[in-house]
Write a protein that binds this ligand. Structure first.
Ligand SMILES: [Zn+2]
Ligand SMILES: [Zn+2]
Length: 258
C-alpha cells in the first residue's frame, strides 16, 4: 500500500536522540516523507536530512515573519537549488499565536509566495484563524503557483470548500481523529478526493491512538484510516488516491519505489 507523510518536522529536538532510526522506520512504511522548514537554520537542517525518499521544504513560518528580508530571501533562493527541495513552506498567517505583527506576516507571506512563483515551487501554507486574509493574499498567486497546500487544516467545511474550489490542496493532520473533532471531519467530507492530502505535523498532533505521545511519520496511517472510513472509500484505494495527489502537488517523480 502506498502512503506518504507530506508534512513533518524531524528537525525537532524531540528527535535528537534517535533521528536516523525514526527516518529509517518511517521509510519502511511510507514511500516518502516531506521535512518542513520554518526558519533558515531549520530549513538547512531539513535539507541535511534529505536523501532518496526524504524531501524538504524551506521557508519562514509566520512566527518568524520579521526575519524575512532581501538577504534571507536570497538565502532561501540559494537553498532552493538543492534537488531535494520540493516546496516553499511552511509560510502563512497565524492570528492565534500572533508572535509577529500582522503586517509583517502579510509581507512575509507575499514575498515568499513571489519566490515560490519565481522558482516554480509549490507553497505549503500555515493558516490559523486567518481564513479570509490567507485566501485574499493567496488569490493573486494561484495562477502561477504549481500547487498550493493548506496544511493541518483547522477551519470549517465552508472554508474547505472555498479552498478546494480554487484548486488548493487541503491537508489533514492527526487531530482529525480526535473524538471532539467532528467539525474537522465535516470539513474533510467537503473536500473532493482529488484535493485531499494527509500529514502528521510530527512531532505534534499524534492521532488519537497515540495521543500526547511523540508523533511519528508512519502514524499518518491512522489519519488515513479515519478519513477513508469517513469518506466510505476502501483504505487501499484511499491511500492510493492521496499518495497520487501528494506526488502531483509536490511534483515528485513517479518511481519512488521502496
Ligand atoms: Zn503549521
Ligand atoms: Zn508544520
Amino acid at each position: 500500500m502506498r502512503l506518504v507523510d507530506t508534512h513533518c518536522h524531524l528537525q525537532d529536538p524531540r528527535f535528537d536522540e534517535d533521528r536516523e532510526t525514526v527516518i529509517h522506520e518511517a521509510l519502511e512504511v511510507l514511500d516518502w516523507i516531506m521535512v518542513i522548514g520554518d526558519d533558515l537554520p531549520n530549513s538547512r537542517a531539513g535539507i541535511a536530512m534529505t536523501r532518496n525518499r526524504v524531501y524538504a521544504t524551506i521557508g519562514f513560518h509566520p512566527y518568524y515573519a520579521t526575519q524575512v528580508n532581501a538577504d534571507t530571501l536570497n538565502e532561501l533562493r540559494q537553498l532552493a537549488a538543492h534537488p531535494n527541495v520540493m516546496a516553499i513552506g511552511e509560510i502563512g498567517l497565524d492570528y492565534y499565536n500572533e508572535f509577529s505583527p500582522r503586517p509583517a506576516q502579510h509581507a512575509a507571506l507575499q514575498r515568499q509566495l513571489e519566490l515560490a512563483c519565481e522558482l516554480r515551487l509549490p507553497a505549503v501554507i500555515h493558516n490559523r484563524q486567518a481564513d479570509d486574509d490567507t485566501l485574499a493574499l493567496l488569490q493573486p498567486f494561484l495562477d502561477r503557483l504549481p500547487a498550493c497546500i493548506i496544511h493541518c487544516f483547522g477551519s470549517d467545511a465552508a472554508f474547505a470548500r472555498k479552498c478546494a474550489d480554487r484548486g488548493l490542496y487541503i491537508s489533514f493532520a492527526g487531530n482529525v481523529t480526535f473524538p471532539k473533532a467532528q467539525p474537522l471531519r465535516d470539513a474533510a467530507l467537503a473536500v473532493p478526493p482529488d484535493r485531499l492530502l494527509i500529514e502528521t505535523d510530527a512531532p505534534h498532533l499524534a492521532p488519537q491512538i497515540h495521543r500526547r505521545q511523540r508523533c511519528l511519520p508512519q502514524y499518518v496511517l491512522h489519519t488515513a484510516r479515519t478519513l477513508a472510513e469517513l469518506k466510505n472509500i476502501p483504505l487501499e484505494e484511499f491511500c492510493e488516491t492521496i499518495t497520487q495527489n501528494a506526488q502531483n502537488a509536490f511534483q515528485i517523480p513517479p518511481a519512488t519505489a521502496r
